[in-house]
Design a protein around this ligand. Structure first.
Ligand code: FES
Length: 118
């Protein structure tokens, strides 16, 4: 296997139902990973351009499903299956999908959640 240009780490961590932070798996991340992997293969990108991997918690649960894109060093958040066409097209053209890129404030856990967790 060749080293790919990019690795997309899709958080598929699952927490028990009712946990204040929630989790990416509870928001559909497993389906997102499966579909992303399949799209990369169908488009001929899987061998050299990009590999979709699963990941444990990326510590941005409140904006999940989250995907870390490396080595570009940015993250997508709130990703749904409907966003994947745009993400994959962006991998082909070398452009990221700006509306999904997490901003500095997205990395900070909301205070309301911290209080609920105690
Ligand atoms: S559960 Fe996915 S970032 Fe924490």
């Amino acid at each position: 296997m060749a080293q790919r240009k990019r690795y997309l780490f899709v958080c598929v961590n699952r927490r028990p139902d009712g946990t204040p932070k929630g989790s990416c798996a509870a928001r559909g991340a497993l389906e997102v990973h499966d579909k992303l992997k399949s799209m990369l293969k169908k488009r001929g990108l899987a061998e050299l351009q990009a590999r979709a991997c699963t990941s444990s918690c990326l510590d941005t649960c409140w904006v999940g499903p989250a995907i870390a894109v490396e080595p570009d060093n940015f993250m997508y958040g709130r990703v749904t299956e409907a966003d994947l066409e745009e993400i994959v097209s962006g991998l082909e053209s070398g452009q990221r999908v700006e509306r999904l890129v997490l901003q500095p404030s997205d990395y900070v856990e909301p205070k309301e959640l911290k209080k609920l967790e105690g």
